[in-house]
Design a protein around this ligand. Structure first.
Ligand code: ZN
Length: 185
């Protein structure tokens, strides 16, 4: 099972970083937000707090090392704030990154855009592929063998197909799954 990064999991990583730095970042409030525009943020107001985007941290497809790097990146902002009283992506922040193992070069905004642009492009490619299917088409299922598409229902990537197989009769399958796993004949 892939990690879902809930508050507890994020805090756990911060506790590990606290042990390295002698700070108390894991004790700060952590808020998980619905926003897509900021993956993570350290707010230096009051005693400091973190926000992270659920859109990424609850996405099981999102790579674990990117989640960890985001946490460390924001922690480095916290650390710089505590040790030097400043914020940004300058020299002292990079020193903090080195200490907590955060990549000091990545720009999270661009990173985010890449991730979601790729995801969107992939979805569009799939939808385009699904347009090739129509009722009466013949497909070859890896297990059930030959089948004929009787009906296609739904929209976009969530379309389903009722397929009549010689071997097992009528089955309802996700059209995207058919597109990926069956041969069109
Ligand atoms: Zn930053």
């Amino acid at each position: 099972m892939k990690n879902i990064w809930d508050e507890e999991a994020i805090r756990k990583e911060m506790e590990r970083l606290d042990a390295l730095t002698g700070l108390s970042g894991a004790k700060l409030p952590i808020k998980l937000t619905d926003g897509e525009h900021v993956i993570g943020c350290y707010h230096g107001d009051k005693d400091g707090r973190f926000t992270f985007s659920k859109k990424y941290f609850f996405d099981p497809d999102w790579a674990e090392e990117e989640a960890l790097d985001t946490i460390r990146h924001e922690y480095a902002h916290y650390m710089e704030h505590m040790l030097y009283g400043i914020g940004g992506h300058g020299t002292t922040w990079k020193m903090c990154c080195a200490k907590v193992g955060a990549s000091p070069v990545r720009c999270y905004r661009e990173w985010k855009n890449d991730y979601y642009n790729n995801k969107r492009a992939e979805k569009e490619r799939t939808i385009k592929g699904l347009l090739e299917y129509k009722e009466g088409d013949c497909i070859l299922h890896p297990k059930y063998g030959k089948g004929i598409i009787i009906e296609i229902a739904g929209e976009g990537v969530s379309q389903t197909a009722n397929i009549e197989f010689d071997s097992v009769g009528m089955k309802t399958l996700s059209l995207a799954w058919v597109h990926e796993n069956c041969k069109k004949q």
